[in-house]
Design a protein around this ligand. Structure first.
Ligand SMILES: NC(=O)c1ccc[n+]([C@@H]2O[C@H](COP(=O)([O-])OP(=O)(O)OC[C@H]3O[C@@H](n4cnc5c(N)ncnc54)[C@H](OP(=O)(O)O)[C@@H]3O)[C@@H](O)[C@H]2O)c1
Length: 261
């Protein structure tokens, strides 16, 4: 029996990953906040033959998250943890600068929510010297996007954290995978007005991610053309990069989520 923890399992990519992993011999620890959507995905995964534990958690709550993960791991050792939960927020011509509240909400969930998931998981995995953790960043983490500066900041920090901890953990027998998707059709970007080149559906993104995770790949970024394009853009003179990314018609709505204090 393999035990896989997935945060953000109630929607989009996390939900598609849960369905992809669901099958006989799998124990899924599915985390989200929306009770109805959590029960729905848990039911679908059980129907596919998986054993499911549904955890209704707000990942901004560090202690509650750590206690739940430690409790689940004590019952059944977690083999793979995928920190997928996240939100987006950004700017528009009418709102060129993000509010202090939106910026902090993005950092609280997209950065600290990941840390709150990964830290207790590693605390459980390190003594047994095995396991695999994966963090969902974004191609928007490869270069600051004027349409979503805080989101880019949080994702760049997740990338740096995953890369930074990877070598030492590998020596301890624990794999770290960084996942950097391009555009995926999910509720996250439903209200975003922007060109979304090479957008794919969540099921396809989940298959690509699963294949990369099965191979314990350090970096799972897709689509390749967009990934290479953004790497190139990051190497360009800063002002040229700014010009290419500063698109006047783009509107990324401000999040209504807030930091917990
Ligand atoms: N879609 C894209 O184009 C794209 C591209 C690159 C990277 N990504 C990244 O992929 C990940 C998944 O995105 P998605 O597109 O699948 O988004 P989504 O459909 O909006 O799903 C987001 C998930 O995160 C959960 N979540 C948000 N805040 C949470 C919190 N405080 N505590 C616990 N769970 C929380 C949501 O749970 P509830 O709804 O139950 O609250 C939901 O399950 C995110 O990290 C996102 O940044 C997405």
């Amino acid at each position: 029996m393999s035990t896989v923890l997935i945060t953000g399992a109630t929607s989009g990519i996390g939900r598609a990953l849960a369905l992809d992993y669901a099958g006989p011999g799998m124990r899924l620890l599915l985390v989200g906040r929306d009770e109805a959507r959590l029960e729905e995905v848990a039911g679908l995964c059980r129907a596919r033959g998986a054993e499911v534990v549904a955890g209704r958690l707000d990942l901004r709550e560090r202690e509650a998250t750590a206690a739940w993960i430690a409790g689940q791991d004590a019952a059944h050792a977690i083999d793979l943890a995928i920190a997928c939960a996240g939100i987006v927020s950004g700017t528009s011509a009418a709102r060129p600068v993000e509010s202090e509240e939106a910026l902090r909400a993005v950092l609280a969930i997209d950065l600290m929510g990941v840390v709150n998931t990964i830290e207790p998981t590693l605390a459980a995995m390190r003594p047994r010297r095995r396991g695999h953790v994966a963090m969902v960043g974004s191609l928007a983490g490869l270069r600051g996007f004027p349409s979503s500066p805080a989101y880019s900041m949080a994702k760049a920090a997740v990338h740096a954290y995953a890369e930074g901890i990877r070598p030492a953990l590998r020596r301890e027998g624990i794999a770290v995978s960084l996942i950097a998707p391009g555009f995926v059709r999910t509720p996250l970007n439903e209200a975003v007005v922007a060109p979304r080149p090479l957008e794919m559906d969540a099921a396809r993104a989940a298959r690509i991610i699963r294949r990369g995770l099965d191979g314990r790949r350090a970096m799972i970024s897709f689509p390749l053309v967009l990934y290479l394009g953004l790497r190139l853009l990051a190497l360009m003179p800063a002002r040229l990069g700014d010009l290419l990314l500063d698109r006047p018609g783009v509107d990324v709505p401000e999040t209504t989520e807030r930091e917990r204090r």
